[in-house]
Design a protein around this ligand. Sequence first.
Ligand code: MLT
Length: 304
Amino acid sequence: MKTQINGITIAYSDRGTGLPIVFLHAFPLNRTMWAQQEEALSLQFRVITIDLRGHGESDAPLWRYTLEQSVDDVNALLDHLAIQQALFVGLSMGGYILFAFYRKYAARVKGLILADTRAQADTAEGKDGRFQIAQTAYKKGPSAIADIMMPKLLSPATIQTRTALVQQVRAMIEGNQISGIAGDLMAMAERLDSIPFLSQITCPTQIIVGELDQATPPSDAKLMADQIPNARLVIISNAAHLTNLEQPEAFNQIVAAFASNLAKKSIADRQPLYAETRHSQVKAEENEDPKPVFLKVEVMDRLG
Ligand code: MLT
């Protein structure tokens, strides 16, 4: 589906009913990276996936990009779909956008799942690297960007053995326009440091990271889990940066469990008679386990 938002065309999918879950993709991919999440989770929830500006079937205008523009696009899409509040899942760049979204529209966030992302801003060296990648995109085109990105996105074992998945990711990258790639790099380079903001995130938060993720390693995930009040962390085995594609069953299981709890909590919140009991139960759980849980999820690689 497509709609006009903030002067450009934004493409999205909207499938299923129940608690809305909005998925924001990584750089430089598009909403089809969530196909297996959409398929499985839309049986229980309303799943919305978006091609962020500059990606997939959305417009990739030639001009300055900021993460705040994407935040406003997502917000306007929620208005268009008459969704008041949702659970948001953002992977990597999608997570950067979620920090900016929460700063501006916290009331719309029922819960956050931050996957393979980080709260720190880019270092000076990191910004310079973005500029170099943008020049490569301009001179050599998106397939040169795919060559650079593939080893950052997927584990060596996946690259060697899972040809279909490698081709799927490569095709997503090669389908981008240069304006979108350069625009994203600019937007990510200019993003704010979200570390000082982590302690202000008060909604239920789940953090996910692949144990082999080198782009946003488990140490970045642990930092977020330590500083976001009551956040939980799951480390997925045998996965690098694109955990949802390398280990979809584990990823879906974590999202489904988190979303089910959130949906139950919403029902409990609408029943004031039970509010006190529920509150004391939550407190008891918090007291028992005030620290993030580091849980390894072992899964078989069924797609290999
Ligand atoms: C992503 O997967 O979105 C990118 O690796 C994020 C980044 O380049 O910082």
